[in-house]
Design a protein. Sequence first.
Length: 189
Amino acid sequence: MKLYFYYGVMGSSKTANALMKKFSFEERGKRVLLMKPSLDTRSGKTIIKSRVGLSSEAIVIESNSKIRDLVISHEKLNNPEIIIIDEAQFLTENQVDELREMADNNIMIMCYGLKTDFTGRLFPGTKRILEICDTVREIQCMCTKCGTKAIMNAKYCNNKIIYTGDIIDIGGDEKYIPLCHKCWTLGEI
């Protein structure tokens, strides 16, 4: 099978896409396991929820978890055919390597997440996914300011773009907006 990576900036509907894929596969009788890293706490510990209101229960991946052990111990679904992971940028390199091994052993792996942080640098989990995945697909979004293609996850406060600080700072529209590189460099929203 394959390891897929679907990426986009904040607000590009990555989570909605992941949840729609899950529904579509299940509707066709496939065994699908939905997972998310524990760092994603926006909708509660075990819930994945999109901005458009779609939601589903998910298995939580702690930073020290072995994904294979979580899959094996899951009570409701043995032998998943497909694993969908939201917020994959928060996975560790070892966890991504586990996913690659699972894909090599006939489980379809679909990862959804951000490519870069608010400083424009790759997340470690994303870097590893890009290094070893079979397919990369961008989920595009428009720049909030000018309407061109957004490529930056701009973090802001008081209508000013923030370029330094803690890389992991969970939030949504109240902290981040999608911008093109040119608008991002201007420093104001």
